[in-house]
Design a protein around this ligand. Structure first.
Ligand SMILES: Nc1ncnc2c1ncn2[C@@H]1O[C@H](COP(=O)(O)OP(=O)(O)OP(=O)(O)O)[C@@H](O)[C@H]1O
Ligand SMILES: [Mg+2]
Length: 505
């Protein structure tokens, strides 16, 4: 093939960190005006490869060419100046600054005397947002936006550089289906102008829908590059994990029995919120919560856990009314909450895995002198049972891949031995193999008689492991779908859930 067929070539890229050979002669080639997805399990090296392109990491060896010319960007600014932009897996925004300042960070337009030209900044931000049909005020403070809005701001920022190569590292992890469609319209429009898109995601159906080409990596190595229309889910999974994963869900063995919690007429306090939600949770039950983004599912979990104040309603556990007014109290009553934005809200990025594993539980290791042996053995078993990919337990958590950071946090909460687990999007950003492990873990916990409430936006996983599914719509409980009843099979259940959630308008 003629090499100018490619706008970007990454050849034999090697990169090691202490104890980790993150990239092992990795390959990647991008055709102009195409969407090329990069896939692989957590820790496969996807983000590292893109950070080598973008000048965040210095590659140890290998060649990068853009339009046939060798490049080696010293830093992100250098990459941006040369037409490469990247949306990061982690949102690195300045929370107390407003939207337009975040969009223009590092290149603030100046007036005479060095004053920032806010008018110009506002106008240009508005124009970019209008082009992209984004409905967010340029003067809103970033910290007050939802995660999905923040993600859209990051995408708009990257687009505003008018780059010819745009890297999107898991841009849709917190977007709703409608927002994903919106994003896809944006990036398709860009490809028509010749922009090449590198797209990283763990959402298989999305990848197959949007990509022209797909490259799969495993253990830092290039495994395959194929046109998307020659691949299907099974083949992709096989390439990624190097084994057939015939079942995406473990067999369900839990037997729900006897009410352990009942929630009656619960309403949140501060509008907009949820209203009059009633349901029960049985011992050993996996109760799903479906709904569109904004249906107040996260708020419901947070209110049960005492993070938010309730306006009215009652929560009964084992027949006793309990009034939970703080997360501390919820913990004492046997609850654990794994938040949807684990990496932003649950992580101590500068600390190592030991610390991040035991922090929810610190009392258990001795009040004054922490038992190092116990910490080490708990951390080790948590790393093993969740298959966290890391050089050692002493590794700083921020150097783990995104998905592996999440596993550490899930492991931390499991160590608190909760009776009732509230899980908010427990497998977001986690690869297929690890998802299976997490499902198995959830089922095992249910087998032990724990109750699990699980919010998820992934319909297959709700249908794959839940016993019943609550459907929220606009802050109301729209219905409860009892599995295996009334709807004539899984497809019927899915349709019913979508209807209740208000997907069909
Ligand atoms: N700064 C760093 N220091 C040490 N190790 C690192 C660093 N960055 C990445 N690694 C390691 O390199 C390997 C590849 O990580 P990378 O983040 O590229 O994975 P990924 O494919 O993006 O995974 P995910 O799907 O979970 O985001 C992992 O083992 C990770 O722990
Ligand atoms: Mg990554």
């Amino acid at each position: 093939m003629d090499q100018h067929q490619y706008m970007l070539e990454m050849i034999d890229i090697d990169k090691s960190f202490p104890g980790v050979h993150a990239l092992d002669r990795a390959q990647f080639k991008l055709r102009p005006g195409t969407i090329h997805s990069l896939m692989g399990e957590n820790g496969a090296g996807k983000s590292t490869l893109m950070k080598c392109l973008f000048g965040i990491y210095k590659k140890d060896s290998g060649t990068i060419r853009i339009d046939g010319k060798e490049v080696d960007f010293a830093n992100p600014k250098h990459a941006l100046d040369n037409g490469v932009a990247m949306v990061h897996q982690e949102l690195n925004q300045v929370l107390h600054r407003n939207v337009m300042e975040n969009v223009w960070l590092g290149r603030l337009p100046l007036k005479k005397y060095g004053l920032v030209d806010s008018k110009l900044m506002f106008a240009e931000t508005m124009e970019t947002f209008r082009d992209l049909e984004i409905n967010i005020s340029p003067t809103a403070i970033i910290g007050t936006l939802s995660v999905s809005q923040r993600q859209m701001v990051e995408i708009a920022k990257a687009v505003s550089y008018h780059a010819k190569i745009l890297v999107l590292d898991e841009p849709t992890s917190s977007l709703t289906e409608k927002e994903v469609d919106h994003l896809f319209r944006i990036i398709r429009k860009l490809t028509v102008q010749g922009v090449g898109i590198i797209y990283i995601s763990h959402r298989m159906d999305e990848i197959l829908r949007i990509s022209d080409d797909i490259t799969v990596m495993r253990d830092g190595q290039w495994i395959a590059t194929k046109p998307a229309n020659e691949l299907d889910t099974n083949e992709l999974i096989r390439l990624m994990v190097n084994r057939d994963l015939t079942h995406r869900f473990p067999g369900k063995t839990n037997k729900p029995d006897g009410t352990m919690m009942s929630v009656s007429h619960l309403s949140g306090k501060y509008e907009p919120t949820f209203h009059d939600v009633s349901f029960t949770l049985r011992k050993g039950e996996i109760l799903g919560v479906a709904g569109l983004m904004g249906s107040r599912r996260t708020e419901l979990l947070n209110t049960i856990f005492g993070v938010f104040t309730k306006e009215s309603g009652e929560i009964e556990v084992d027949g006793k009314v309990i009034d939970i007014t703080s997360p501390e109290m919820a913990k004492r009553n046997g609850f654990a909450l794994i938040t949807e934005e684990r990496r932003a809200t649950g992580l101590f990025p500068l600390m190592n895995i030991y610390f991040n594993t035991i922090i929810a539980n610190i009392g258990k290791y001795g009040k004054v002198i922490l038992s190092q042996r116990k910490i080490a053995s708990d951390t080790q078993s948590s790393i093993q049972s969740l298959k966290v990919k890391t050089a050692s337990a002493k590794t700083a958590i921020r150097s783990l891949s995104g998905g592996n950071q999440q596993k550490v946090i899930i492991g931390r909460w499991l160590l608190t031995k909760p009776e009732i687990l509230l899980l908010d999007e427990p497998t977001r950003g986690i690869d297929v193999g690890a998802k299976f492990e997490i499902y198995q873990l959830i089922i095992n916990l249910a087998n032990e008689g724990k109750g699990i409430v699980m919010v998820s936006s992934e319909m297959p996983e709700l249908l794959g492991i839940c016993d019943r599914i609550l459907v929220m719509s606009n802050g109301r409980l729209a219905g409860i779908v009892e599995r295996g009843k009334d709807f004539g099979g899984v497809a019927g259940e899915q349709e019913h859930i979508l209807k209740l959630a208000g997907t069909y308008i």
